[in-house]
Design a protein around this ligand. Sequence first.
Ligand code: CA2
Length: 438
Amino acid sequence: MNPIVYVLNGPNLNLLGKRQPEIYGRETLADVEAECRLMAKELGLDIEFRQTNAEFQLIDWIHEARERAAGIVINPAALTHSSVAVLDALKTCEFPILEVHISNIHQREEFRHHSFVSCVAAGVICGFGTQGYPLAIQRLARLIGSRGPLPVQRAFLVGLIGAGIQASRTPAMHEQEGAAQGLRYVYKLIDLEILGLGADALAELIIAAERMGFAGLNITHPCKQSVIPLLDDLSEDARALGAVNTVVLKDGKRIGHNTDWFGFAENFKRGLPDVPRDHVVQLGAGGAGSAVAHAALTCGIKKLTIVDVAADRAKSVADGLATRFSRDRVSVATPAEIAAVIATANGLINTTPIGMAKYPGLPLPAKLLRPDLWVAEIVYFPMETELLRTARALGCRTLDGGGMAVFQAVEAFRLFTGIKPDAERMLQHFTAMNAAIS
Ligand code: CA2
């Protein structure tokens, strides 16, 4: 139920718009009522709009309002200047009263300069023409704390398709930010493992998501590459990287993006802003590996050596990078060559799954780490991988994968909704969530 506001008008105001337009304008009282109703609706108020030529009637309505209303807007008309009775009635009210006059009574005859009711009014509006009425209602809404009807909230349904994704923090990050933005935001996990489906179910799942009105999907292992043929178009980054982690579903079209590289770049810029970047070794050339390598070169790493157990995979990522950055900034090495390449490196980035809760261990022999080597991870589950723990113990500067997880979500949220999320808030929420869980 909305609060009720009485808008009361005294003698002769029924003539509004019909006589003396030079003083009172051309709007009729019915016009004024319509404007008041419009304003009241916007502010979540109900109004009783009344006019009378009889003093007793005005007083009776004030008494009635005492019982029912949250406030009064009153133009007592000539009674303003004469009626102690109207004043006494208003004095019994315990809610805000706003006094309105269409004309500027202070520019008119001397007898109109005094108002009997102003002393009980929370405010007086005069000389604004009939506009004074909606203005008074607006002010009254403030005074009684009416914020208006609940705004219609925009709704977004999104999700993540992947295998073994139950521990993902992405749904909570999106939903929390959606709520903070005043949206109805639901993020569903579509876990192939739980559904007992293979990656070949992807086509069917995307159609289902479209039919159910999903605004978009995040895509993860093992579908980041296989999703590409199912899409209508790709962003420049996704095309370059050959991997998609975000699909926007809009106007019957599926557009693939890659926010992973942005996630790593942003995390790196914040977490290791001043580390040397002459030569860096990256372990892993999988889907995440190509995005991270792209981010690393974008962040000014002068030379990147990519190491992968599958030589062809490392070569294909390196070839892709060479077309976008210069060839001499990228090279490949086999696991047998790690010791040699790491000897000249300033930093090490691990993009292999080794270190994840599912694949514990170190992605390279511990003896290859040294205190002057910085070490970055993309895994955030656990936040401290064995690699990070070992490196930290040695005195290396390190970067965990938490920030990357947050910033890929920041960018995906923006793509799904068209609304800029608050990255700092998402970061804080992620940190708090991890502290509560671990
Ligand atoms: O300016 C105002 O709103 C007044 O309250 C109007 C009162 C007057 O006595 C006050 O001093 C100021 C008069 C209302 C009469 O309304 C008419 C409207 C159109 C034509 C004739 C009278």
